[in-house]
Ligand binder design. Structure first.
Ligand code: GDP
Length: 411
């Protein structure tokens, strides 16, 4: 694996989609907070701090409303992965914005309320995501609320969304007593206390006897859609966590099913498990089909290659104290500060004077961005959403961008 490929394989551009009130804002805040701890302190949460979240949020001025926020996460013993959280409008009134945000992300977390289940808005965005072939994982939030039911949401995912949900674990307790997660992949138990602290233990012999049947059911469900796992299972081999995780990843990326987790964002429960799952099961730009751009000589296919022709889609413009920020998803090529680029809207082309990555509490200047990245260009007053940036003398048009793979079918 060369350096470019390695960097790209550790990138996750993801959206969070939800019906209003399911807890998207709360979850996004907690994800940024958790990832920020690593980012700033350089070590994993020690597990015994009780955080006054709102005070920290005020102090840091966390950017929840940004079009794309950059964060980092390292699951288990894996190296740091780069995450870009892309804001996905939940409301159908912004149909074009929803379409555009689905176009620039590679995968998504669908948030459901454990009390309200699958609601109309989440159905709509879910279907749109499927139409774009976007792999999904589901997070069943608000497990601490009265009336919460993980099982009911699993059933609704099947019945209303015609999804094939793969519960990666089982919640321990519910409502006021919701306190943990039986992790079926790794064979461990996570006990969450208020304030986010967790103790993690491997299954005891008694727990293994109790939960192995559920783990076997998960293995069988996934093996139906993964030949490697199916072969190992049929040969009676021991299915370790790494093997199961790899199979779930392959099957999720192929659109065969949806890994499902549970938690309570408001109580800081299940956040780290979700971050691990984002890295484990959502695609990197390398896992996504190449995009098609129109050129003067006909359509060209663009894999995420930093050395390929420049092609970027400007998908959102926001205004901040420093000026206009134009958010760009780069599909191919490299964008450098000082470059002059062609624009589908601006005959004279454009100059890249400042490139930035927006983090939870700061904006970081960068010298260049490569295929797969989502970055913001600072200072363009007349940019428009939907604009294509390409190399001078090599004009391309992404507006009619289409995934090459056929739309994934559920059954
Ligand atoms: P959004 O509309 O999807 O962005 O939802 P919000 O994040 O604004 O949450 C809606 C309401 O649900 C707020 O009052 C939150 O405090 C509350 N909420 C979010 N997550 C949880 C949770 O895990 N447990 C409980 N009890 N309340 C939650």
């Amino acid at each position: 694996m060369n350096t470019n490929t390695q960097t790209l394989s550790r990138l996750r551009n993801l959206g969070i989609i939800a019906h209003i009130d399911a807890g998207k804002t709360t979850l996004t805040e907690r994800l940024l907070w958790k990832t920020g701890e690593i980012h700033r302190v350089g070590e994993v949460h020690d597990g015994n701090a009780t955080t006054d979240f709102s005070a920290i949020e005020r102090e840091r001025g966390i950017t929840i409303g940004a079009a794309a926020v950059h964060a980092q996460w390292a699951p288990r013993d894996l190296p740091l992965h780069q995450l870009t959280l892309i804001d996905t409008p939940g409301h159908i009134d912004f149909a074009i914005e929803v379409e555009r945000s689905l176009r620039v992300l590679d995968g998504a977390v669908a948030v459901f309320s454990a009390v309200d289940g699958v609601q109309p808005q989440s159905e709509t965005v879910w279907r749109q995501a499927r139409r774009h072939g976007v792999p999904l994982i589901a997070f069943v939030n608000k497990m601490d609320r009265i009336g919460a039911s993980f099982e009911r949401v699993l059933e609704q995912l099947q019945d209303k969304l015609r999804a094939r949900p793969w519960a990666l674990g089982m919640p321990l307790g519910s409502e006021g007593d919701f306190h943990g997660w039986v992790d079926l992949v790794d064979g461990r138990v996570l006990h969450w206390q208020d304030g986010g602290a967790a103790t993690v233990t491997a299954w005891s012999d008694a727990e293994r006897a109790q939960w192995q049947p559920q783990r076997n059911a998960l293995v069988e469900a996934v093996a139906d859609h993964d030949d490697v796992l199916a072969t190992a299972w049929l040969e009676g081999r021991d299915i370790d966590a790494a093997m199961l995780r790899a199979a779930i990843r392959r099957a999720t990326l192929a659109g065969a099913g949806v890994p499902v987790l549970a938690g309570a964002a408001f109580k800081d429960k299940g956040i780290e498990t979700l971050l691990d799952a984002v890295v484990d099961y959502l695609p990197s730009p390398l896992d996504r089909p190449a995009v098609t751009a129109e050129s003067e000589g006909g359509d060209v296919l663009l894999p995420p290659d930093p050395d390929g022709p420049l092609a970027g889609l400007l998908f959102k413009i926001t205004h901040q104290q420093h000026g206009a920020l134009s958010f760009v998803r780069l599909y191919s090529g490299t964008l450098k500060v000082g470059d002059n680029v062609a624009s589908s809207q601006h005959p004279q082309g454009r100059r890249i004077s400042r490139l930035v990555r927006v983090q939870a509490d700061q904006t970081q200047d960068i010298g260049q961005a490569v295929a797969g990245d989502i970055v913001a260009v600072l200072g363009w007053k007349d940019a428009v959403s939907g604009e294509t940036l390409s190399g001078r003398g090599q004009p391309l048009l992404l507006e009619s961008i289409q995934a090459q793979a056929p739309v994934l079918a559920w059954r």
